[in-house]
Design a protein around this ligand. Structure first.
Ligand code: C2E
Ligand code: CA
Ligand code: CA
Length: 753
């Protein structure tokens, strides 16, 4: 009669047993290591069951791993083993041991107290009569239930296989859950990394964490165009390998790493080997990244799916990373010349200003003269050739320590010590002919130099560049092909300039500006025809700042617009006042700068002023200088016609000092020509004489305009002018500019004379 136990011992009746029998030579599994085995705990109070089970399963592999057995002889002992050992896949559990239900009691401790939810429990009982109900199976979370009689070798193998598969699946799910979290985290961390190297190191550390191996490993990448692999990042013990080519890698298992990486590259996939993990990251098309992480402890190997999820996700990040790097390099490199960009220049300059004494730093600008014209004339390709040629000439002739950048279309910036930026030598090299399109050409350049020590104390990179470009503009205004250095004097001027502007703004807000009025006289009748409004700035201490000093500054900054509007309003109020006190035939002349004529603002303001004052528009005259021709004929003509349409008079101021508008003077709606004071002064100057006045007075007359001479200081001048046919005059001979109340006083005295 055979008991259930015999079933284990004697398998002769089991036809499938032969197929499962191990080879004679299969080595026994080392009982101490759990890593690459499935651990099975046998719990039974009968020692024979232990040996029979072990014997029945000896040498068998399940899911490509051998089994390792642990033993307990009571429920209590089973709990002890489970508390001290981990990674137990299956428990073969007897029901009746020290008590009738010792096995069942153990189950609840295992599940609830020990929290072992993945471990599979196969309940075995020798008493077929003692079969727990389905309810019991569910309640005790038993995974399988067998009577010992059922457990033939094949049957127990089948039951174990199913249990182990479930156990592995559960563990993998768990791992995958944390793995997915880790993958997501890794991506975010990589993109936030400060550099590409830092990002790749994060990749390696997280991969090690995911795979459960120590944080050591290396990442090989095809860094160059030839596609040779080198270690572009490494962590842990392997950090020193960074920068080595894969052939010379000297880390432990160097040659193994090489062959794994080579295999992964050839096969285009990740590899899982007992010695480690090779993660294939296909980052874009240009670059291959392959990470190798040694599995020194030969711990359980992570699943392929997880590795694939990791590499796919991280590869996307790595690709973004190269994209980001490329974008960064775009911003820092000028693609046409290969030189640094403006941004890179300013960054480098700022770093240098922080790190070195200012006396070590100078910035030079080289501007190609008339580059836009060259481009228009010879085409953009030719222009590009010129830029590349100059860039190359600069690079070749400058010491390698000089930082060279292309700032804008036609300007290059140089950064070095004042000695390194030797301008005369540089200009000599640039003066040599270039060969473009097979022909020799000369290129004219302007240059400027700013020594950081000369500039404002806390000037940063952008400030220095701004200084350099202001200086170069100044030089260009004097003529092309010049070099201009930033000097202390320039700096003081610039500083005074900005201080004046600041104070002018304040003065305007605080009503420290006022208008002075200078009478204009009819030379024939000696009567007053009108006044010119002239802007005055009186400081709180009573001193005056001359208009010639602050008006150009106001014009450059645009502050002249609100001030100019205020002048018109105030002058209009003055003429209304004069009308009120009995001078009906006077006009007020108001100076209007080109800046004010650039937009419609002034015209709109004129409309508002005329409407609100109800003044006859012919009482207002607008003085425009010849320099307004910079606006272009069309624009200037449109503005002046706008004034004319409103019935306002127009005078050309400082006539004769400019020349550009002479040609179209007859096509502009002009009422009066004001001959500049310089020609009036020249009248009685033996060297210069009356030539220009003799030219201008008949010109104005022939065009049907009134001709007014400015700056008349002597009777003699007045007489000469009258003899020439000049209609009117204005100057100290008659009156100085004066505030409105003085003017009214002056007018009444003159009338009563
Ligand atoms: P301007 O329009 O040519 O004004 C005539 C200048 O000659 C005034 O100088 C006046 O004081 C001065 N002047 C008049 N008679 C004589 C004289 O007999 N001898 C000498 N040596 N000078 C005489 P001011 O007031 O210093 O104005 C200088 C310039 O400032 C003006 O030249 C004008 O271009 C500008 N300006 C003055 N007020 C305004 C304004 O409200 N708006 C604008 N845009 N410019 C103004
Ligand atoms: Ca004037
Ligand atoms: Ca004038």
């Amino acid at each position: 009669m055979s008991s259930e136990k015999d079933d284990f011992v004697v398998f002769k009746d089991d036809p499938a047993a032969a197929a499962l029998a191990p080879d004679e030579g299969t080595p026994a599994v080392a009982p101490t290591s759990s890593g690459l085995h499935w651990r099975v705990l046998i719990v039974d109070d009968d020692a024979d069951v232990h040996s029979a089970t072990e014997f029945a399963l000896s040498g068998l592999e399940i899911l490509e791993r051998p089994l390792q057995f642990l033993h307990a002889y009571s429920g209590a002992e089973a709990i002890e083993v489970l508390m001290s050992e981990d990674d137990i896949a299956v428990i073969l559990l007897d029901v009746v041991m020290e008590t009738e239900e010792a096995g069942l009691a153990a189950i609840s401790t295992i599940r609830t107290d020990l929290g072992l939810t993945h471990t599979q429990i196969i309940l075995r009982t020798g008493q077929p009569g003692y079969a727990p109900e389905l309810e019991t199976i569910r309640r005790y979370q038993i995974n399988d239930y067998r009577t010992k009689s059922e457990l033939s070798r094949v049957k127990i193998y089948t039951a174990l296989t199913a249990s182990i598969r479930t156990y592995e699946h559960l563990k993998r799910l768990d791992h995958a859950r944390t793995g997915v979290e880790l993958v997501v985290k890794t991506g975010a961390e990589m993109l936030a990394a400060s550099s590409a190297t830092a990002a790749l190191e994060i990749l390696l550390l997280r991969a090690a964490e995911l795979l459960g191996v120590p944080p050591t490993g290396s990442l090989a990448g095809t860094g160059d165009d030839e596609g040779t692999l080198s270690v572009i990042a490494a962590v842990g013990d392997w950090k020193s390998a960074t920068g080595q080519s894969l052939n010379e890698i000297a880390v432990p298992h160097g040659s193994l790493v090489q062959s794994r990486v080579a295999q992964s590259q050839n096969e285009g996939r990740s590899l899982i080997d007992p010695d480690g993990y090779t993660i294939h990251l296909a980052a874009g098309t240009a670059q291959t990244l392959i990470a190798y992480l040694p599995n020194v402890e030969r711990a359980p190997l992570a699943s392929r799916q997880l590795l694939d999820v990791f590499s796919a996700n991280v590869a996307v990040c790595a690709e973004n990373l190269t994209l980001v790097q490329r974008l960064k390099s775009f911003a820092f490199v000028d693609s046409l010349t290969g030189l640094a960009s403006r941004r890179a220049f300013v960054d480098t300059l700022n770093q240098r200003l922080r790190g070195k004494p200012r006396s070590c730093t100078a910035v030079a600008l080289i501007d190609i003269d008339q580059f836009a014209e060259t481009n228009d004339m010879f085409g953009h390709e030719y222009g590009d050739e010129v830029l590349r040629g100059i860039g190359k000439r600069l690079r070749d002739s400058l010491p390698s320590e000089v930082f060279l950048a292309r700032l804008a279309a036609d300007s290059f910036a140089l950064l070095g010590t004042p000695e390194q930026l030797a301008i005369p030598a540089l200009r000599r090299t640039l003066a040599l002919p270039f060969v473009f399109g097979g022909e020799e050409r000369m290129i004219s350049v302007s240059s400027s130099l700013v020594e950081a020590a000369e500039a404002e104390e806390n000037a940063d990179g952008n400030d220095l560049l701004k200084d350099a470009s202001i200086v170069i503009k100044r030089g260009k205004a004097q003529g092309l092909g010049r070099h201009t250095s930033y000097t202390r004097q320039f700096r003081e001027e610039a500083r005074a300039h900005s201080r004046t502007l600041h104070e002018l703004g304040n003065a305007f807000r605080r009503d420290e500006l006022y208008l002075a009025y200078q009478p204009q006289i009819d030379l024939q009748t000696n009567s007053v025809i009108g006044v010119e409004a002239l802007l005055r700035w009186r400081l709180p201490d009573g001193k005056h700042i001359p208009p010639d000093r602050f008006i150009p500054i106001a014009e450059n900054s645009g502050l002249i617009k609100p001030i100019g509007n205020w002048v018109l309003t105030t002058a209009t109020a003055a003429i209304v006042k004069m009308l009120d006190v009995g001078y009906p035939d006077l006009h007020v002349a108001v100076n209007v700068s080109p800046t004010q004529l650039a937009t419609e603002d002034f015209l709109n303001h004129l409309d508002r002023t005329l409407t609100s004052s109800g003044l006859n528009p012919s009482c207002i005259e607008l003085e425009v200088t010849e320099s307004a021709s910079v606006l272009g004929f069309e624009h200037l003509s449109a503005q002046l016609n706008g004034f004319r349409d409103r019935g306002v008079a127009i005078a050309i101021d400082d006539f004769g000092t400019g020349y550009s508008s002479l040609s179209y003077l007859d096509r502009l709606p002009v009422d009066r020509l004001k001959i500049d004071r310089a020609f009036v002064t020249a009248l009685t100057d033996p060297k210069q004489g009356p030539r220009i006045a003799e030219l201008v007075v008949p010109l104005g007359r022939s065009l049907g305009m009134k001709v007014l001479a400015e700056g008349v200081e002597t009777e003699e001048q007045a007489q000469i002018l009258t003899a020439m046919g000049c209609h009117e005059a204005q100057g100290y001979l008659y009156a100085r500019p004066m505030p409105l109340d003085e003017l009214l006083e002056w007018l009444s005295q003159r009338r009563s004379r």
